[in-house]
Design a protein around this ligand. Structure first.
Ligand code: URA
Length: 471
């Protein structure tokens, strides 16, 4: 029986498997499952194997397999299943010598097993993305975010690059019992795992997560069964917000009633908060009922001392999911206008008059709905706080909702756009322009082109009025 030496990962397995396949070695002759790497483990087969490897390297022999196999095998290689390497080799062997279309036979026992492992690994990666909670630690004056998680499979390597993309601007480590992953702002590296009781990191980061979770909890759409199935109890011990679930469920009817009663309230905003603190606080805003159906509050983005602030109406479907303004089709129109006006988007503070997405279901779509005066009123303190912190030299209000929030009355954009207004207290200069949605909705192509040009002209006028603004 051959006992191949390989590191327990896909690349290493593939190299060895390729040699064995080239040699025609039957799956029955191989045991991939030895626990300890032994120098003597090849025994009878070793010479044959290294000879074949040399031959293969010389002739650069590639074994052709369908790309779907590679994809399947990569995911299966992360499964916590001792038989996975045998299974993969068996499938590879059968693909080569028995049936090149084996992967299409979904009733085949090997394929069924591999596909079920693949699905389970994918699910586990998704769970990691959803349930990892970081705690902030200060180590030698630096913020380090740490989390402990217990994946079902060996998913640290495929699962953690997501966090490097998502939280690339801060240092973090994710520990699991098997392995740990570390991001140093440049590189993702892997180290040994630790048990949960060794993981000692405590501070108020839990509170931040609780605030966040509480703010996205929607009493009008409570689905206890779904919540329980999404958050399998095995994850609960590492998730601060689970301690809130019972309370949230108990309070749901009251919160629903408050939602209805609070229609005319305005947000109460602490003027001492910094912009990042405002952003966190806005997540808990219940000043109007819109929070109940939105995914999150979408706060402004951009430099905290931006000279130019652009205000839209409210987040759309994509912004609601992404958590950032102008990330969808309206953002694409705005980007085109930025390009035409020679403006770098990163130098602008972008926000909206209303921070929650207002929508109504139509089929599978969430259709945008215009916010009411009451909803704009409720949200205005957040906008005012942003303006007070950023202190822009000029505000560009896009469309009627933003225009109303800034000039205090409903403007006619077609008539009033493109003029610099200097008589308002809210900012030294204000200019009204077309909202990108009004461009997308224009009655014909000529009108759409005209509005696009006017939006770019208005942006250009705004940057000219801010003399130091680099174009
Ligand atoms: N429309 C807006 O007014 N704001 C956005 O962020 C997106 C669409």
């Amino acid at each position: 029986m051959l006992q191949p030496q390989f590191e327990k990962n896909f690349d290493s397995w593939r190299l060895v498997a390729r040699d064995l396949i080239a040699n025609g070695t039957s799956p029955n002759q191989i045991n991939w499952n030895q626990d300890v790497l032994s120098l003597f483990s090849f025994e009878a087969g070793e010479n044959n194997l290294s000879a074949s490897r040399q031959k293969n390297q010389k002739s650069n022999l590639m074994i052709a397999v369908p790309p779907e196999f590679i994809e399947l095998a990569k995911l299966v290689s992360y499964a916590r299943d001792d038989d996975r390497w045998n299974l993969l080799y068996r499938i590879l062997f059968r693909l080569r010598f028995e049936n090149a279309n084996l992967l299409k036979i979904s009733v085949d026992a090997d394929i069924q097993k591999a596909e079920s492992l693949q699905k389970s690994v994918r699910h586990d990666i998704h769970k990691m993305h959803a349930f990892v909670r970081f705690k902030k630690n200060i180590v030698e004056g630096e913020d380090i975010y740490v989390a402990w998680h217990r994946p079902e499979h060996l998913t640290v390597r495929p699962g953690t690059p997501f966090f490097a993309r998502r939280f690339g601007d801060r240092r973090w480590s994710i520990f699991t019992p098997d392995e740990s992953a570390h991001w140093d702002l440049k590189e993702l590296t892997f180290g040994p795992g630790i048990q949960q009781n060794e993981f000692k990191a405590t501070d108020d980061w839990d509170e931040v997560w609780k605030t966040y979770y509480k703010s996205i909890f929607n009493p009008a759409r409570i689905k206890i069964k779904m919540m329980k199935s999404e958050m399998a109890p095995k994850y609960w011990s590492s998730m601060p917000e689970t301690s809130l679930i019972q309370d949230l469920i108990r309070e749901a009817p009251l919160r629903l009633q408050n939602m209805i009663e609070n229609q005319n309230r305005a947000a109460v905003v602490d003027p001492h908060l910094t912009l990042p603190e405002l952003k966190i606080a806005a997540q808990s805003c219940t000043a109007c009922p819109l929070y109940a159906q939105a995914t999150q509050s979408v706060f402004g983005v951009g430099p905290h001392d931006a000279e130019i602030m652009i205000i839209g109406e409210q987040p759309g479907d994509q912004e609601d999911l992404a958590g950032t303004p102008f990330a969808g089709p309206a953002g694409a129109v705005l980007d085109e206008a930025f390009a035409n006006a020679g403006i770098d988007r990163n130098r602008i503070y972008l926000t909206n008059a209303v921070k929650h997405f207002k929508w109504t279901q139509r089929g599978k779509l969430r259709m945008h709905q215009k916010p009411t005066g009451g909803e704009m009123h409720a949200c205005k303190p957040w906008l005012e706080a942003e303006i007070a912190k950023v202190k822009p030299k000029i505000i560009i209000a896009l469309g009627a909702t933003a225009g109303t929030a800034i000039i205090g009355k409903l403007p006619k954009i077609g008539d009033e756009r493109g003029k610099i207004i200097t008589s308002l207290k809210i900012a030294p200069q204000v200019i009204l322009s077309w909202h990108p949605a009004a461009i997308l909705r224009a009655s014909d192509e000529a009108e759409s082109q005209l509005r696009r040009k006017q939006l770019a002209d208005d942006l250009r006028l705004a940057i000219q009025s801010v003399s130091s603004f680099p174009v």
